[in-house]
Structure formats: structure tokens, C-alpha cells
Design a binder for this molecule. Structure first.
Ligand code: LRH
Ligand code: MN
Ligand code: MN
Length: 388
């Protein structure tokens, strides 16, 4: 007898977590980036690696692209390649953070010519989305300033609005824009979209097709992220997650590695707010694997999300609500913690096997010859995260 009800299993079966193409390239900290053998040399190979995660877990049916890192001659061809490997192309991420012109901003820049270039880049991303069949354009802006007085904070917010409005106007009926916030880095004094409130204010001014993207690594230490999740779901503006974990800054480590309890709390609020398997909320990873192998790093990540989802589904909602209503603090906390402390791994393993998947995807992948094969086949991998 499984610890899960049929309804809980049905919810787990629907779970989908998008993988970032850049997680398969060599990337990582500002310091040494340690290369792994067999690193993909182009977007086709990144997608092939991502398809392995899907093959062993059935949790990762889509791959996000970053433009221009994943620029190719034919997106129709790339789409066919992905579909042939059993995955789809997902979110298109724009990139206005690696060009000299953007030293003092892109969508917020004082110079109309620089803003034009940055807006045009986003319009090109929307064209790409038509070819790839992608729904979401994810915008993260590396814009801000380092010194008090350096920038006109108010003027930049106004320019951001008009730039975003032009991009938004180009979206197709089925397309969306998700605006990601981050409280610092690369700018250290101010960031133009530092928090969920700013992202919310900007996307609310655009319209229904604009939503907030919450990257779990983009908050100050101690921030109650699940509260933000609750609020954005309540407002109908939580568009997507970039999952990863952090100890100090924007560490981009494996989701659930640093603080599994935080991941559990976040997913509990997702479920509570009707966001699990709600197509309006996209679950993505945004990670770097600098010292571990990348494909198993991604497998571990999606399994961590699945495990915390399974635990969060086990929260006895009725018992919790009763304890909350009666002011029974310790009973409410017990109900919540009981679910968190449940080891769901044996039941998940059994359930995977019943669906023709490996009980232990990490072990099954390790026993496959995939890593040895790509190390032999691919010589001269690019630094595919930041720059290629
Ligand atoms: C910025 C960020 C954003 C980028 C990605 C590579 O820190 O989280 O999502 O697109 O990293
Ligand atoms: Mn991110
Ligand atoms: Mn980040």
C-alpha cells in the first residue's frame, strides 16, 4: 500500500520541471570554471543531455534556451531535434548582460539608441519563440548602479516601463512575458528590478500576459520566500520559478541541497495556492554545476523537487486547518512537520517502477554509458554557460 492517494499520485505524475540549457555547459562562479569531459559544443548537444534527464525521470519534458548563447541557424531544425529526443523547447531567456553597450543599462539606459538595441533583441527573441513553439519570454535585467548618485532611479523605472511596453505589445496571444527580479549583482548599490514588488508593479502595468518570475536564489538571507509565493499566487501573477539553492549569494546550487525544508515550504504554498500543475506557473531550474557532473546534477535536482512535492502533498490540510482555526499552535506545527519528516523515497521508487521508470534514476544513469560516451565523442567543449 502506497503512502500516497490516487489523487496525490495523479498530481505527481503531471509534474514538469523545465531544464536550463546552460546547466549542461561549463559555468559557475566568478572564479575558476572547472570543465567536465563531454561538455556540449552546441545547443543540439545541450538538448541531447537534457533529454537524458527526461528519459531517466519523466520529470523534465522541456528545455529553456538563452539567446544568444543558444543561437542557431534554424530554430525549426532545433525544435525537430528536441522533439526527436522526446523533449520540447521551452522558455526563451533574453540576454542583455554581455555587451559593452549595456554597461550603464539596456532597457533602462539613458541613451535611446541603446534602449532600441535592447528592445530589438527582445523582439528577436519573440520571433524565435514563434519558431520554437515557446510560450514564455523570460527577462532578467543586469541593470542598476554601483554608487549613490550614479543613476536617476526614478527615470530608469519610467524608461523600463516604456521599453517593456514595446516588447509586450509584440507578444502573440498565447505568449507571455515573465520578469525576474534580483536584489543585487552585477550591480551592487541598486538594481532596477530588485524585488517582487517592483516586478509586480511593472508587469501589472503591462497586462494579463505579463507575470513575475521568482528565482529562489535572488533574495536577501532570511527572506520568507514562501510568503512571496503565496502573495503572487493570490494576486494571479506568479508566472514562473527559477529553482536553485543558495548559502550566501546567488549560488545557483542544486535545488533543495542547501535547505530542503525551505523548498518544502515553498511547494506547500504552491499547492495551497492552486499552483501545482497549474499551467500558469512554470517550474524551471536555473543552476550551474561547477564541481559535479551536469547531467546527474540535473537528475538530482528534479528528484529533489519531486521529493519535496510529494512531502508537501502529504500535509493533512484538514487537520492543519482545524488546528489553525482553534489556535492550537503546536498541533498545527506538528501536522506540518509530520509531512516534512516523512521519507517518501521508498514509495516514490516503487511508484516509478510501476510506471516503467528506474526506481533509482541516479543509479540507473550512473550505470548507463552516457557520460563515458559523450566524453569520447565530444572533444573541445565550449564554455556553454556564459559566453558561448
Ligand atoms: C541571473 C539569472 C537569470 C539569468 C541566469 C543565467 O542571475 O538568474 O535568470 O538568465 O541567471
Ligand atoms: Mn534566474
Ligand atoms: Mn541568478
Amino acid at each position: 500500500m502506497s503512502i500516497f492517494s490516487a489523487d496525490q499520485l495523479a498530481q505527481l505524475e503531471q509534474q514538469a520541471i523545465e531544464l536550463p540549457s546552460w546547466a549542461f555547459g561549463n559555468s559557475g562562479t566568478r572564479f575558476k570554471v572547472f570543465a567536465t569531459a563531454g561538455t556540449p559544443r552546441d545547443p543540439y548537444e545541450k538538448i541531447a543531455d537534457a533529454a537524458q534527464v527526461q528519459k531517466f525521470t519523466a520529470l523534465a519534458p522541456t528545455v529553456a534556451l538563452h539567446i544568444p548563447w543558444d543561437k542557431v541557424d534554424s530554430y525549426d531544425d532545433l525544435r525537430e531535434h528536441a522533439e526527436g529526443l522526446g523533449v520540447q523547447l521551452g522558455t526563451i531567456n533574453s540576454n542583455t548582460f554581455q555587451d559593452d553597450d549595456y554597461k550603464f543599462g539596456a532597457l533602462t539606459h539613458e541613451d535611446a539608441g541603446v534602449r532600441r538595441k535592447a528592445i530589438d533583441h527582445h523582439l528577436e527573441c519573440i520571433d524565435i519563440m514563434h519558431a520554437t513553439g515557446s510560450r514564455d519570454l523570460k527577462i532578467w535585467l543586469a541593470e542598476g548602479s554601483n554608487y549613490p548618485g550614479q543613476a536617476d532611479l526614478r527615470g530608469r523605472q519610467d524608461r523600463l516601463h516604456s521599453s517593456l511596453a514595446e516588447i509586450y505589445a509584440r507578444l502573440g496571444d498565447e505568449q507571455r512575458l515573465v520578469l525576474e527580479y534580483k536584489f543585487f549583482e552585477p550591480a551592487f548599490y541598486h538594481t532596477d528590478v530588485p524585488d517582487w514588488g517592483t516586478s509586480y508593479a511593472q508587469v501589472a502595468a503591462l497586462g494579463d500576459k505579463a507575470m513575475v518570475c521568482l528565482d529562489t536564489g535572488h533574495h536577501a538571507p532570511g527572506t520568507n520566500i514562501e510568503f512571496i509565493v503565496m502573495q503572487l499566487l493570490r494576486l494571479g501573477k506568479l508566472g514562473s520559478f527559477d529553482f536553485n539553492s543558495r548559502f550566501y549569494a546567488d549560488d545557483d546550487l542544486i535545488v533543495g541541497a542547501a535547505d530542503p525544508f525551505q523548498l518544502f515550504r515553498i511547494i506547500y504554498e504552491v499547492i495551497r495556492g492552486g499552483g501545482l500543475n497549474n499551467p500558469d506557473v512554470a517550474f524551471m531550474l536555473d543552476q550551474c554545476h561547477n564541481v559535479e557532473d551536469k547531467v546527474p546534477g540535473q537528475i538530482r535536482s528534479v528528484l529533489n523537487v519531486q521529493e519535496m512535492t510529494a512531502r508537501a502533498l502529504l500535509v493533512d490540510a484538514e487537520a492543519l486547518a482545524a488546528a489553525q482555526r482553534s489556535g492550537d499552535v503546536l498541533e498545527a506545527n506538528r501536522v506540518f512537520m509530520d509531512a516534512f519528516y516523512t521519507d517518501v523515497r521508498p514509495a516514490l521508487a516503487e511508484w516509478r517502477e510501476s510506471r516503467g521508470l528506474p526506481a533509482d534514476p541516479m543509479k540507473a544513469f550512473a550505470e548507463s554509458s552516457y557520460l563515458a560516451q559523450i566524453a569520447a565523442d565530444r572533444v573541445g567543449g565550449v564554455q556553454a554557460g556564459w559566453g558561448a
